[in-house]
Design a protein around this ligand. Sequence first.
Ligand SMILES: Cc1cc2nc3c(=O)[nH]c(=O)nc-3n(C[C@H](O)[C@H](O)[C@H](O)COP(=O)(O)OP(=O)(O)OC[C@H]3O[C@@H](n4cnc5c(N)ncnc54)[C@H](O)[C@@H]3O)c2cc1C
Length: 480
Amino acid sequence: MAYETAAPMLPAPSGDTLAKFAAIVGEKYAVSDADAQGQEPFLTEWRRLYKGRTPLILRPGSTEEVSRILALAHETGTAIVPQGGNTGLTGAQIPFQHEVLVSLGRMNRIRSRDPRGNSMVVEAGVTLAAAQKAAEEIDRLFPLSIGSEGSCQIGGNLATNAGGLQVLAYGNARAQVLGLEVVLADGRVWDGLRALRKDNTGYDLRDLFIGSEGTLGIITAAVLRVLPRPKSKATAFVGFTALEQAARFFDLALEMSAGELTAFELMPRIGMEFVLRHAPGSRDPLGTVFPWYALIEVASQREDGAAETAEALLTRGVETELVADAALAASLQQGRDFWHMREAMSEVQLHEGGSIKSDVSVPVADLPEFLRRATDAVLAIMPDCRPVPFGHYGDGNIHFNVSQPVGMDKAAFLARWDDFTGAINAIVLEFGGSISAEHGIGRMKRELLPRVKSPVEMEMMRAIKRAIDPKGILNPGKLL
Ligand SMILES: Cc1cc2nc3c(=O)[nH]c(=O)nc-3n(C[C@H](O)[C@H](O)[C@H](O)COP(=O)(O)OP(=O)(O)OC[C@H]3O[C@@H](n4cnc5c(N)ncnc54)[C@H](O)[C@@H]3O)c2cc1C
């Protein structure tokens, strides 16, 4: 375990209180610590960095049950950790002592869909993949797309303001939401399920909860914005002889695609090697080895529009000597295979021993310089470590991960976590960037927050927390 956790500040609930909590959802949906196996999937997170502990997991089936849970928590001063699909990467969804965990997975109904109004109302526990499918069934696109979409849930996506693979064209989770239903810390329900595109009637309460990491309320449902589905899509895998070529090709792609470019994902050779080694069914789409690759995707409302744009772009890229080699997917399956290479890149790092993660952003134009300096900085700390910087180049967002040297002891490598992330973050800050572009703060980066936010920003955030959750029962020890 790379991190020990700070103790939550609220007292443990009594046996009597726990029994009252369990009675709200019914015995079948209350998992106590007597059932270690039943609790296990909720307490171990994806990266295995944190191992949680809780006296009780509650799995409510309705907004009313969530409301009763929080009313009781407020009355008894019990700490609560909301959890969606448990795919978060900062430990924010994990209880560490005696917080009661509230898992939203049973609240998975699509409440309504309105193709003419281009919106749908879904409950918090609907998985992202199910939300995408629900939109597709009414011939609409729900454009949020991330590697964990089979498991993560809309409530978690909104609470983390998830980004992902198509932010370049459609924006992050925040941009996909019109309204919210939220249970407040004292159990009151805020019904903000409005499908309005415009509503300037005071403070934007909806935006307050998006990205709040379960510290201000429990999201129980959302009105999601959907879009007409693109009529065509083209996916290409591109090789570059140098990072600067990739950067200049991105500029060209933006210029030529006139809003049709939906993804520009950067990958280093070492990441490709990890995928080829560990991801079943993976194949190098290009015949030659290159130091850098990009997966690009273009979508169009015209039947052949995407292929035309992508072909013109690649031709121009070759003519200008920015593109060394490229493959344009000839079928949907081949496009999926290309995406498989990119999406497997997070997971395969688990198989290469310890991996120190960082999820940062800088202005897009500064990315090449940032990548060079951050690479030099981590190699200066440990010359045989293996930097694996990859990700959402088009958003200026790179997962600057570092894999351990081959053969090194994993624990000894992970013990250097703060040295590596500290060096990377220092460079990020010099570029005016962010130390958490999409994964949030959670437990992992909580101590860093006051170092990167001004005292004014910290005080405003604390004031909001105090006003909405005066007893501090929601996700204590996370974010703030
Ligand atoms: C393979 C992989 C790829 C990933 N790729 C990306 C990516 O490209 N972009 C990206 O942004 N993230 C990515 N992630 C991170 C993660 O999937 C997202 O942060 C996701 O939005 C979390 O959703 P979840 O339902 O799993 O939430 P959880 O992990 O369960 O919870 C995350 C946070 O949200 C809170 N929360 C959950 N549900 C609610 C609710 N209903 N109300 C209030 N608070 C709630 C929790 O308390 C916690 O603070 C990836 C993760 C994995 C494992």
